[in-house]
Design a protein around this ligand. Structure first.
Ligand SMILES: [Zn+2]
Length: 1055
């Protein structure tokens, strides 16, 4: 699934122990020095504890952690394990032996006491192990069961419900579903019948499966040997959305059975499940449309099923429809039959084996454009009046399908691939196998009104959903705790495929920007590991769909690919896909495939677990000492209570370091691998050639009582820049002299460093200023070189960072200071702004730069920008909107017009009547940027109603309103006032709710707002207050307060 939103995030910090540079005055103890950064918002947040990943051996061969790290380091370094430090060996030996090296002989009494204790302990363990798991089941205990809840579930009919857990038992597994549905789009109801072929994996009496919102009229049961149907009772337990069928006889292990359930239900009025919408066509006639969105937990609301991703089965689907509609499902249509009542019944071929959340069907009036690609019919569907906007999507899909089939060396397995633009859709898109669903704005492209950013969006979203056909559909995560396996991979492949086949779009700039934003969010204490063990409730599952699963997952894969080389990375994932096709897997299965390929010369699992099982990321501190470079790591974490060290202060990562220097011999990428330890900070390095291999140097630097890692250069250098092209997921801090050297280099000739490196330096220094590691003044000193910058990525990042500060000052009423800040930034970028023209000329990257610069200039009324924009707007208005405008600056032009009374009304009239979603989006952003709060309130209200402005746009409107001064308090009031409706429409924990909470609170920076936000969510439910997005919002407000407290005086003096 592709969420829809792209905003900004926030952060706190923490830090761990020692600095290795005791004499280094620049290293700040974060436990004392509050950190700071103004935070912008965007989505989500979370939770707990990183875990230590080392697997311990037993007995004589057990290693302590030091030894294990040494062993793996040695393996990594290609060294013999026997050559490790003798000092270490001695200390490990001392741990287990007497001083003479022998084990003492125990007395008989000691042995007796020990035996008693052991027997008692075993009895307690057995009791704990068996009792709770068997309490409510007739089947006995299943290996994978979770602990039972301390309540006795009672079904709706008052009888005991035979299963107490949220996860289903594994005694019975579905093999095939045969589903017939008859939706009525005017009454918004449907009737359904599902026949499920089952296999018993264990003897049991009960069949437990999911079902919610169904009025079940009849359930019958049949064994494979007797074809006689027996009507059976059904028990319902709505709290867990489960039903239980008590079989008339024991289900025997290995035997097959059939269950048939007839039911009726309402078509959903939310965006979840089997949902219905109405829209008006170009002649203003009301039309109806029904579609599905099952991920993650809504297949159960469309038909009774085993609704967990690991229960894969095949599906035969039949849809009864009125003649004027088209029905689509995952598979090609097998037959269409006209029934006696005039309805048409479409039957689709039996599907491949797949998870329930990937099942999909659509009924509506649509047209399509198709093309055959080596036996697969690719079709783009839209409502009839928008069929003219599908050509770009078709061409893009054909190229991407070809690329993926070749890259993965696995053919797309279905005979057809449909991509459908749905008139109202909450997410960005969804990867249902063979039937991809999209918002209209993420699939349709209109050459006259779509900007280069729109083109990129459509291309990226198609690339993402197509990648899911392999990552997610063919190979699926076992459970939602590993959703990053789906989303991280699809996101990574989205950028990777664009870079390969649409290189002109410079999508690397977007990926870089996404990594910056993701790390901002991941540095919060409310962050969470992307592979989390504590995911069970629907809210917890929803919350896993956040930007960390998507972008941190993708960032880690980028880091691994860069480290291993593109070739090895590709072959390892081919192996993974081949090994696990049509099954479901854990994260470790992915790493095992890498390890299988690397043949144990590198333990990818051990390395990558340090990134996926703990939250946050490392701060790497670098100091030059002549030809030696000292390096250490600690967690980069903002912290609202600096006096409290986080419990995982000793977090460690296996970091593939890379660097470049100004030296003659170091101008190319040099990769280094670093391993660290909790206690003594042993750091190992080796240069990497091609893969993960050749040891060039390994040494330690002893500073005081601690040891640090060292890179030995062959010559002295002026500067070193670590994390080349920011392919690594970490932030780098340098000693004073190196920062100064880098700043000097940027001023003399910035192009010695790549645009990615320049953007990376800007990002890092502002984030470090937030942490209190460097002064804000030094950060501004670094971006002083921007006068000579011509690339998009560094300018965009500088504008983002300074806008964060501006927004905070502005919302707190420090108008003069905010204005001085804008002037300072403007002076840096003045010549670039003056060079811009109001056209669509240039490469995609320069066109995007134009959008960013002119939007900045017009927003702050600089360089007569608004006058130029207004002239274009009034010309366009005089032509009744028929005169074409340059697409990349269209939003800026509309924003200028929306600030005028007549302009706003004219734009609204166009919004209602236009057919291009790309143009409508630009208008909507302009409408929501108005300075008239009555208009802003009206917009939000109308979007909640969903008629004039679709409710799918509401979170975007709220975020836009909240960003600007006139609306930032209003947006929060609106959220409070309509919270229950918002949760009903978008459901608790969803990406949309995350986005609304962050978007409406992220610019608060006062104690009064903190108390208010806290009190509001506390007064909702406990589940609401516990939401990570709520905890993140509170954390961000506190960090904003700290930032202001720390920096306001300095800024007043210095700006
Ligand atoms: Zn996705």
């Amino acid at each position: 699934m592709e969420p829809f939103t792209n905003d900004r995030l926030q952060l706190p910090r923490n830090m761990i122990e020692n600095s290795m540079f005791e004499e280094e005055p620049d290293v700040v103890d974060l436990a004392k020095e509050p950190c700071l950064h103004p935070l912008e918002p965007d989505e989500v947040e979370y939770e707990p504890r990183g875990s230590r990943l080392l697997v311990r051996g037993l007995g004589e061969h057990e290693l302590d952690e030091d030894e294990e790290d040494y062993e793996s380091s040695a393996k990594l370094l290609g060294m013999s394990f026997m050559n490790r430090s003798s000092g270490l060996r001695n200390s490990a030996a001392g741990y287990r032996q007497n001083s003479d090296g022998t084990c003492p002989a125990p007395s008989a009494r000691t042995i007796g006491v020990c035996v008693c204790i052991i027997l008692l302990a075993v009895a307690i363990i057995l009791a704990i192990y068996f009792l709770p798991r068997c309490t409510f089941t007739k089947e006995g205990c299943h290996k994978n069961n979770r602990p039972t809840e301390p309540i006795q579930p009672i079904a709706t009919n008052g009888k005991l419900f035979p299963w107490a857990q949220i996860r289903l038992p594994t005694a019975v597994t579905p093999v095939r579903y045969d589903l017939t549905l008859h939706p009525n789009l005017t009454s918004m109801t449907f009737r359904g019948s599902v026949t499920i072929s089952l296999q018993a994996l264990q003897a049991t009496w009960n069949i437990i499966l999911h079902s919610t919102g169904h009025n079940i009229s009849r359930v019958t049961f049949m064994t494979a040997v007797s074809s006689q149907e027996k009507e059976v009772d059904v028990l319902e337990y709505p709290l867990h959305e489960q039903i239980a069928i008590v079989a008339p006889e024991t289900l025997l292990e290995g035997h097959n059975y059939t269950l048939k359930i007839e039911y009726s239900a309402n078509i959903s009025s939310s965006y979840y499940g089997f949902y219905g919408i109405s829209y008006r066509d170009e002649s203003n006639e009301k039309k109806y449309f029904a579609a599905t969105q099952f991920e993650p937990l809504a297949a159960r609301s469309a038909f009774p099923c085993f609704d967990e991703p690991a229960f894969k089965a095949t599906f035969v689907i039949r849809i009864k429809r009125d003649e004027q509609y088209t029905a689509l499902s995952n598979m090609p249509k097998k037959s269409s039959v006209v029934l006696e009542d005039g309805l048409v019944q479409d039957e689709f071929f039996e599907s491949v084996k797949m998870s329930t959340y990937l099942v999909a069907f659509i009924v509506g009036e649509m047209k399509n454009l198709s093309q055959d690609v080596n036996g697969t019919l690719v079709s783009i569907y839209a409502v009839p009046e928008k069929i003219g906007q599908v050509q770009h999507a078709l061409e893009t899909t054909v190229k991407l399908l070809d690329f993926y089939q070749s890259y993965f060396e696995i053919q797309y397995p279905l005979k057809k691939l449909d991509l459908v633009a749905i008139p109202d859709f909450e997410a960005g898109a969804m990867e249902n196998w063979g039937l991809l669903t999209f918002r209209e704005e993420t699939l349709l492209y209109d050459a006259n009104t779509s900007s280069v950013a729109d083109r990129k969006l459509v291309t990226k979203v198609i690339a993402h959903e197509l990648a899911h056909q392999w990552f997610g559909n063919l190979v699926t995560m076992q459970w939602w705790n590993d959703v990053w396996l789906n989303e991280g991979f699809a996101t990574f492949m989205e950028y990777f495929s664009l870079e390969k086949i649409f290189g002109e779009l410079s999508s690397y700039e977007d990926f870089l920007d996404a990594r910056f934003k993701t790390m901002k969010k991941d540095s919060l204490n409310s962050s969470h590991p992307i592979s989390s063990s504590s995911v069970e409730s629907s809210e917890q599952i929803e919350e896993m769909f956040d930007s960390l699963s998507y972008f941190k997952g993708a960032s880690l894969l980028l880091m691994l690919k860069t480290y291993l080389s593109e070739d090895i990375f590709q072959h390892a994932i081919i192996l993974y896909l081949h090994n696990h096709s049509y099954t479901s897997i854990h994260s470790d299965d992915l790493w095992d495939s890498f390890n299988e390929f690397t043949n144990k010369t590198l333990d990818v699992k051990k390395m990558m677990r340090t990134w996926t099982l703990q939250k946050g990321f490392p701060l790497v501190t670098v100091q030059r000492k002549g030809k030696q470079i000292l390096v250490q790591q600690e967690r980069f974490c903002l912290n609202v209570k600096p006096e409290i060290q986080p419990s995982d202060a000793s977090s460690l990562w296996h970091i593939p370091l890379s660097y470049i220097t100004d030296g003659k011999n170091y101008s190319k990428h040099r990769s280094v691998s670093l391993l660290d330890k909790k206690s003594e900070r042993h750091v190992f390095f080796f240069h990497r050639q091609r893969v993960y291999g050749t040891l060039l140097t390994w040494s330690r630097w002893v500073v005081g009582s601690r040891r640090a890692g060292v890179i030995n250069l062959t010559e002295e250098v002026q500067w070193i820049k670590v994390n080349t092209n920011m392919t690594g997921y970490y932030i780098v801090h340098y000693a004073d002299d190196n920062w100064e050297a880098l700043i000097k280099q940027l001023k003399i000739n910035p192009y010695v460093l790549s645009d990615k490196d320049r953007a990376n330096l800007i990002n890092n220094i502002f984030e470090l200023a937030g942490l209190g590691k460097v002064s804000l003044q030094r950060a501004f000193d670094l971006i002083d070189y921007l006068r000579n910058e011509t690339y998009t990525a560094p300018i965009s990042e500088a504008l983002f960072q300074t806008e964060l500060i501006y927004n905070l000052l502005d919302k707190l009423g420090h108008v003069d200071l905010a204005s001085r800040l804008v002037n300072k930034v403007f002076k840096l970028l003045q010549s670039q702004i003056q060079q811009q023209t109001w056209t669509d000329e240039g490469t995609p990257s320069t066109r995007e730069l134009r959008s960013v610069l002119l939007d900045f200039a017009c927003a702050h009324r600089l360089e007569n920008c608004s006058a130029a924009a207004l002239k274009l707007f009034f010309d366009w208005m005089a032509s009744n909107g028929t005169q074409s405008l340059p697409t990349d600056v269209m939003t800026t032009v509309f924003k200028a017009g929306a600030k005028t009374e007549g302009g706003w009304s004219f734009l609204l009239s166009k919004y209602v009547s236009l057919g291009s979603e790309a143009e409508k989006n630009k208008i909507l952003e302009a409408l929501a940027s108005s300075e008239d709060v009555r208009k802003l309130y009206w917009l939000m209200k109308k979007s909640l109603d969903g008629d004039l402005i679709r409710t799918q746009k509401l979170s975007f409107i709220i975020r836009t309103v909240a960003r600007h001064f006139p609306g930032h308090l209003l947006a929060w009031d609106f959220v409070k006032e309509n919270w229950s409706k918002l949760v009903q429409k978008f459901h608790l924990g969803s990406y949309t709710i995350q986005s609304i909470v962050a978007g409406s609170t992220h610019l608060f920076a006062t104690k009064a707002h903190l108390s208010e936000v806290q009190a509001f969510f506390e007064n909702q439910s406990e589940a609401t207050f516990r939401l990570r997005c709520v905890q993140e919002a509170l954390e961000v407000i506190q960090l904003n307060m700290q930032w202001v407290e720390k920096n306001l005086k300095t800024l007043t003096y210095w700006l």
